[in-house]
Ligand binder design. Structure first.
Ligand code: FEO
Ligand code: CA
Ligand code: CA
Ligand code: CA
Length: 658
C-alpha cells in the first residue's frame, strides 16, 4: 500500500512505526569495531558512503550470488511515463498487455454485472471481484498447465470509489466515527480473495470461465479455522467464539505464498488498522495491541467498522464472556492456507508461523523436502522472518503434507556487518523468551512475534515487503521499500543492511543459507541494489550509484520467473517531490548475475504495480494495477478506476522478458 496518501486521503495506513527497541544491533557493533582497526572503515555507516559501503562491509566468498545462470533479457526498455494524465499500461514493443480481471467482475455463479456508478449492493459485491488486487498466483491444471488453471487474487483493502458518493462518515456524541451498516458490509465483501477459473480460447487468448464450479470469493466474513500452537488458547477466544478455533474472515491480504503441495497462503498485512481499543491503560499493557499499532483513540485507523460490527471494537468489556472482543485482533496477522481446487474447503489460519503485519510468505524447498517460508513484516523498523516446518514435503504422500504448517520453528533475521547473518529461534524458553519477559507459552511468543523478535535482538529493517527465491540457487531476495525516518529519527539508526539515511528509494537485499539448506541457522547476505537516482557522475555525499540500468524507487513486489529473471514492481507516490522525474509506478526486470535492471512496463497514474505470476512455460505474465487514479482500465476519463489484473503475452508467442 502506498505509504502517505491513498486516493487523496491523507493517512499513514501502512506505517505507524511502533518498534520500541532502539538497541545498536550486533551487526552495527561488528562494523563499528572494525572501524577502529582500519581507518578506511570510517565511512562504514555514514550516510553517503555509497557503493563503498557495500565493499567495506562485505566478506562474501568469491562468486557467491553470481553463480546463477544468466537469464535472457532481450526487450527494449520502456521510458518513464511522466505527467498526471497517464492512464494506460505501456509494455515494450512486441508485447501486448490487456486488462483481464477488474474490481466488480463476476466471480461466484449468480453474480450480477458491475455498475460503473458503484451502485452494486453489499450482497452483489460478495459475488464480484473485490478491490485492490494484490498478491496472486496461477495454479495450472496438470493436463494443460499453460492453457488452463485457477487464478487466485488477493483484494487487499478498499478505496472510496467502492461507494457511489464516497464513504459516509459521521461522529457520535463521544466523538466516535460512525458508518452505515450497508457500506461497511460492502467494504467487508470487497476484501479477501477471488478464485477464478481461466482458460485459453481457440484463438490462444486467455478468458475467464464463468460460471465455474471453482470460482469462489473469500471475504472479511468467511468462516475460517485456526490451527497450530495458539489455537484454542484463552488469548484466541472471543464473545462469539468460545473455542478459540473459529474466526470470521481475513483482512488486508497483501502478498501471498504457495506451498509445494499446491495450496495458497493468504497473508494478513495491515489488519491492525481495523481495530480500536479505547481503554488506554489496557492498551498500554497489552503488547498484542500496542506493539502492533492498533488504535487506542476514539476510532480505528481505517474505515471505522467497529461502529456497526462489534468484533472490531477490541476495548475490553469485563462484563462479557472472554471480555468481549479484546482478543479479536489476536486472530489476525496470520498465514491463512487454503486449497483453491477445493471450493468447499475451509481456510485455516496457521498460528505456528507467528503473527505479524505480514506482507507475504515465500517457500524455498530443498531436494530432500526440507522447507523454509520467508516473510517480511512491513512497518518501519520491523524484521525479516522465516519458518522451518518440522516435517518434510513428500511429493509421494499428499495427505502427509496437509498440516505441515502446524509444527515447526519461527526465526528472525540478524544481519551482521561482515556479510553474515543469523536466524534466531523464536521459541519459548530460548534466547530470553521467558516468563519474566512476558512469554510463558509458545502461544505467547506466536501472538506477539514482534515482541519476541525484539527480545532476541533482530535487525530493524526499512519496511520488508516481498521475498522471492531464485529457482536455481535458492538465494532469497527481499525488497526493503523505503524508510524516510532511517538515520533521521533517533529511533531508526542506520545499520549495515539499511545503510541510507532518509531512505526514500529503498533497496533489495539477498542472502544464501549456509550449505543452501533452508533450515540453516546462518546465512551470507549482501545488498543486491540500492534503488533511486542513477547518477551520471561520481556520487556526492548522500547519493548512491549502485543501481545499474533503469531507475526506479520503492521496490515492493518481487518474483522470479522459472528462468531466473527477477521481476520488481514498485510502489511510490509519484506526486510526492522526492519521486519527481520518476514517472508512474513500474515493473522492471533484473539480471541477478549482472544486477542490470530494465524497465518492462509503466502503469497508470496513482497506481501501484503488484501481484506477479505466470504460466509454467513463461509465455504468460500477469500483474496487478492496484488503485489506479483516473479511469483505468476504461481510459475514458469518466468511468471510475478499477484495480485490475493485466495479462501480458509476447506477440511472437515467446517467453516474457526475452
Ligand atoms: Fe500491502 Fe506492504 O504492502
Ligand atoms: Ca508498498
Ligand atoms: Ca499493496
Ligand atoms: Ca506491498
Amino acid at each position: 500500500m502506498t505509504e502517505k496518501k491513498i486516493q487523496g486521503r491523507d493517512f499513514d495506513i501502512d506505517d505507524i512505526a511502533v518498534n520500541p527497541t532502539q538497541r545498536t544491533s550486533l551487526g552495527e557493533l561488528a562494523c563499528s569495531r572494525r572501524r577502529f582497526v582500519t581507518g578506511s572503515m570510517a565511512a562504514c555507516l555514514a550516510p553517503g558512503a555509497g557503493p563503498f559501503l557495500l565493499l567495506a562491509c562485505s566478506s562474501q566468498p568469491a562468486g557467491m550470488f553470481t553463480d546463477a545462470l544468466r537469464p535472457e533479457i532481450g526487450f527494449a526498455p520502456v521510458p518513464v511515463a511522466l505527467g498526471d494524465k497517464v492512464d494506460e499500461v505501456t509494455v515494450p514493443q512486441g508485447y501486448t498487455a490487456r486488462p483481464f480481471f477488474s474490481w466488480g467482475d463476476k466471480v461466484v455463479n449468480g453474480a450480477v454485472d458491475w455498475r460503473s456508478d458503484a451502485s452494486n449492493s453489499a450482497a452483489e459485491q460478495e459475488l464480484q471481484a473485490g478491490q485492490n488486487n494484490d498478491g496472486m498466483h496461477f495454479f495450472p491444471f496438470p493436463d494443460a498447465p499453460n492453457e488452463h488453471g485457477l487464478l487466485v487474487v488477493n483484494h487487499e483493502y478498499i478505496n472510496d470509489t467502492l461507494h457511489t458518493n464516497g464513504p459516509t462518515i459521521s461522529e457520535n456524541e463521544q466523538g466516535h466515527k460512525q458508518r452505515p451498516m450497508e457500506e461497511v458490509l460492502k467494504e467487508q465483501a470487497a476484501h479477501g480473495v477471488s478464485v477464478i477459473e481461466i482458460k485459453k480460447d481457440d484463438a490462444g487468448q486467455w478468458q475467464k470461465v464463468y460460471p465455474s464450479r471453482f470460482n469462489r470469493r473469500l471475504t472479511a466474513n468467511t468462516v475460517m479455522d485456526i490451527s497450530g500452537p495458539a489455537a484454542g488458547t484463552t488469548a484466541m477466544k472471543t464473545l462469539q467464539d468460545d473455542t478459540g478455533r473459529r474466526v470470521l474472515g481475513t483482512l488486508n491480504n497483501c502478498a501471498m505464498g504457495v506451498t509445494p503441495w499446491g495450496t495458497y497462503l493468504i497473508c494478513e498485512e495491515n489488519w491492525k488498522n481495523y481495530f480500536v481499543n479505547r481503554d488506554q491503560q489496557d492498551w498500554q499493557n497489552r503488547p498484542a495491541h500496542k506493539r502492533y499499532g492498533i488504535a487506542s483513540g476514539a476510532s480505528s485507523h481505517y474505515n471505522y467498522w467497529e461502529s456497526v460490527d462489534e468484533r472490531f471494537d477490541a476495548t475490553p468489556k469485563a462484563e462479557q464472556k472472554h471480555s468481549g472482543y479484546v482478543n479479536e485482533p489476536n486472530r489476525f496477522g496470520w498465514v491463512v492456507e487454503f486449497d483453491p481446487f477445493d471450493p468447499e474447503s475451509r481456510p485455516v489460519k496457521r498460528t505456528a508461523l507467528g503473527r505479524l503485519v505480514r506482507e507475504g510468505c515465500t517457500c524455498v524447498l530443498a531436494d530432500d523436502g526440507t522447507m523454509a517460508f520467508y516473510s517480511g513484516d512491513d512497518t518501519r523498523g520491523e524484521y525479516v522472518y522465516k519458518f522451518v516446518p518440522e516435517g518434510k514435503f513428500r511429493a509421494d504422500a499428499p495427505a502427509a503434507n496437509r498440516d505441515l504448517l502446524d509444527k515447526g520453528t519461527a526465526y528472525v533475521a540478524v544481519y551482521h556487518a561482515d556479510g553474515t547473518g543469523e536466524w534466531r529461534a523464536l521459541v519459548q524458553g530460548e534466547n530470553g523468551l521467558t516468563a519474566e519477559n512476558g512469554f510463558t507459552t509458545q502461544a505467547d511468543v506466536l501472538i506477539n512475534l514482534r515482541g519476541a523478535a525484539d527480545v532476541v535482538g533482530a535487525t530493524p529493517m526499512d519496511r520488508p515487503e516481498w521475498v522471492a527465491v531464485h529457482p536455481q540457487t535458492t538465494d532469497g531476495y527481499v525488497t526493503l521499500t523505503n524508510n524516510y525516518k532511517r538515520g533521521v529519527d533517533p529511533d531508526q539508526p542506520l545499520n549495515a543492511a539499511n545503510p541510507r539515511a532518509d531512505n526514500d528509494h529503498g533497496q533489495i537485499l539477498r542472502w544464501r543459507e549456509f550449505d543452501q539448506n533452508p533450515a540453516a541457522k546462518k546465512f551470507h547476505w549482501e545488498l543486491f541494489l540500492l534503488a533511486g537516482p542513477v547518477l551520471q557522475t561520481q556520487p556526492k555525499p548522500g547519493e548512491f550509484a549502485a543501481l545499474e540500468g533503469d531507475r526506479f524507487s520503492c521496490p515492493d513486489g518481487l518474483w522470479f520467473d522459472g528462468d531466473g529473471r527477477l521481476w520488481i514492481a514498485t510502489d511510490y507516490d509519484e506526486l510526492e517531490p522526492e519521486y519527481a522525474g520518476q514517472g508512474t509506478n513500474q515493473l522492471l526486470c533484473a539480471d541477478p548475475v549482472t544486477r542490470e535492471v530494465k524497465r518492462f512496463m509503466t502503469g497508470p497514474v496513482g497506481a501501484e504495480i503488484t501481484g506477479l505470476t505466470g504460466t509454467p512455460d513463461g509465455k504468460t505474465l500477469w500483474f496487478n494495477v492496484q488503485h489506479p487514479g483516473l479511469s483505468y482500465p476504461a481510459s475514458d476519463g469518466v468511468t471510475r478506476p478499477r484495480s485490475t489484473t493485466v495479462v501480458v503475452t509476447k506477440d511472437d508467442g515467446g517467453v516474457i522478458g526475452t
